[in-house]
Design a protein around this ligand. Structure first.
Ligand code: PLP
Ligand code: COI
Length: 369
C-alpha cells in the first residue's frame, strides 16, 4: 500500500462514533474526591469544580466571577431556548513537561466568538475578558488538567446565550457569557487512527446562512445526519456544499483537509464552512514548517483520486485521519487507510508538539495560564 513505507503509526481501524469515557471515569456527575483514570478519557461531560459567569445588561458585561454551581437559572422566555440565539467556542489547555499549562491560540477563539455574536445580534465579549475567563477557569480547575504525555487536555467550552424575559423574534434583553471545562481524550474513538466517514444527503448550513458562525443551530441540524452515520458504522458524516452538492465542505464537528498525490495541502474554501483554528494552524504549519504548497479551494467529491491522504481537524478532533469516504454506494479508499499517512503524521507531531510546549510555537500561538 502506497504511503505505508514511511508511516510510523500503524493502528487498527476503528468502527465509527464519538468516544465516551470508559466506566472507570465517574461520568456525567460530580467526581468529588475520586481520581481520574487519564487513559480512559473520551469526550463526555464531567462536572468540574468551577465555571465562569458574566451577565450582560443595560449595554455592558459585568466583571464576571467563578461559581461552583453548574445549573443556569434562566427565564422560560430566553431567546437561546426558542430562537437559537446562542454561540459557543471550543479550545484546550495542555499540560507541558515542566508542569506549566498552555492555552492554544485563545485570541483566535475570542475573535471567532465575536464574529458569531455579531451574526446573531449578540453583544461581543472583549478578547481580554474571554482570555481572562479561560485562564481563571483553568487555574480553578487545575486538578482536572490531564498530565503531560497522557494524550488528554482540558477542553474549555465558552458560550454566549440570549436570556431574559421575551417572546417575540428579536434579540434578547440580557445575555450570559460562561466558560466551563472538562478533561477530555480523543473525540473520535481511536483518535489518531484512520476512520471512515460518509457523505450526508443533508445540509448543515445554507449558502448564505450561519455555517461560518459557531452557533448551536448548525449543530442541531447535524444531529440526525451524524446519528445516521454512526448507526451505519462511520465515525461521522461529511457535508457537501449546500448550493451544488458537488464539493466537500466539512465534518459536523471538524474541518476537512487532504494531501494531493504531489504533496499539496488542500482544504475547502466556502462561506458556509466554519473557519477552524486547527485548520488555519495546519495551513500555516504545512506551508512554513513542512514546506508544502497550501491551497484553499474546491474539493470535488468526484475527484478524490487527487488525494493520497485526508483528515478531519479541529480542537476536539485534533487530527483524525480519514481512511475512506462513502458516497452513495461507493467507498473511496485513500492510500493511507491502513496506516496514517506520512504527511498527516508530520502535521500531527508539529501541532501537538506546539500545543504541549515540546516544539517551538510560532509567535503568539501559545498563552501561558
Ligand atoms: N467545523 C466544525 C463544524 C466544528 O464544530 C469545528 C470545531 O470547533 C471545526 C470545524 C474546527 O474548528 P477548530 O479547529 O477551531 O476547533
Ligand atoms: C470543537 O472542536 O471545539 C467543537 O466544537 C467540536 C464539537 C465538540 C462540537
Amino acid at each position: 500500500m502506497q504511503g505505508s513505507a514511511t508511516a510510523h503509526l500503524a493502528f487498527p481501524r476503528t468502527a465509527g462514533g464519538i468516544s465516551t469515557s470508559s466506566s472507570k471515569l465517574p461520568n456525567e456527575t460530580n467526581m468529588g474526591e475520586s481520581t481520574i483514570d487519564w487513559s480512559a478519557l473520551g469526550f463526555s461531560y464531567l462536572k468540574t469544580d468551577y465555571r465562569y459567569l458574566s451577565h450582560w445588561k443595560d449595554g455592558q458585561w459585568d466583571a464576571g466571577s467563578l461559581t461552583e454551581d453548574n445549573i443556569l437559572h434562566i427565564s422560560e422566555g430566553s431567546t437561546a431556548l426558542h430562537y437559537g440565539q446562542q454561540c459557543f467556542e471550543g479550545l484546550k489547555a495542555y499540560r507541558c513537561k515542566d508542569g506549566s499549562i498552555n492555552l492554544f491560540r485563545p485570541d483566535q477563539n475570542a475573535l471567532r466568538m465575536q464574529r458569531s455574536c455579531a451574526r446573531l445580534l449578540m453583544p461581543q465579549v472583549p478578547t481580554e475578558q474571554f482570555i481572562e475567563a479561560c485562564r481563571q477557569v483553568v487555574k480553578a480547575n487545575e486538578r482536572f488538567v490531564p498530565p503531560y504525555g497522557s494524550g488528554g487536555a482540558l477542553y474549555m467550552r465558552p458560550f454566549v446565550i440570549g436570556v431574559g424575559e421575551n417572546i417575540g423574534v428579536r434579540t434578547a434583553p440580557e445575555f450570559i457569557f460562561s466558560v466551563f471545562c472538562i478533561p477530555v481524550g480523543a473525540y473520535f474513538k481511536g483518535g489518531m487512527t484512520p476512520h471512515d466517514f460518509v457523505i450526508s444527503g443533508y445540509d448543515r448550513a445554507a449558502p448564505n446562512g450561519t455555517g461560518a458562525a459557531k452557533v448551536g443551530g448548525n449543530y442541531a441540524a447535524s444531529l440526525l445526519p451524524g446519528a445516521d452515520a454512526k448507526r451505519d458504522g462511520f465515525a461521522d458524516c461529511i457535508y457537501l456544499d449546500p448550493a451544488s452538492h458537488s464539493k466537500i465542505e466539512e465534518v459536523g464537528s471538524a474541518n476537512f483537509f487532504a494531501i494531493t498525490q504531489d504533496d499539496e495541502f488542500v482544504t475547502p474554501r466556502s462561506p458556509s464552512v466554519l473557519p477552524g483554528i486547527t485548520r488555519l494552524s495546519l495551513m500555516e504549519l504545512a506551508r512554513d514548517r513542512l514546506g508544502l504548497k497550501v491551497s484553499e479551494g474546491d474539493v470535488h467529491i468526484d475527484q478524490l483520486d487527487r488525494f493520497k491522504e485526508a483528515g478531519a481537524c479541529g480542537t476536539a478532533a485534533v487530527i483524525t485521519p480519514i481512511g475512506g469516504i462513502q458516497y452513495g454506494d461507493k467507498l473511496h479508499v485513500f492510500h493511507s487507510r491502513e496506516d496514517v499517512g506520512p504527511v498527516t503524521q508530520r502535521l500531527y507531531r508539529e501541532l501537538t508538539g506546539i500545543q504541549c510546549g515540546d516544539v517551538e510555537a510560532p509567535a503568539g500561538w501559545v498563552v501561558k495560564v
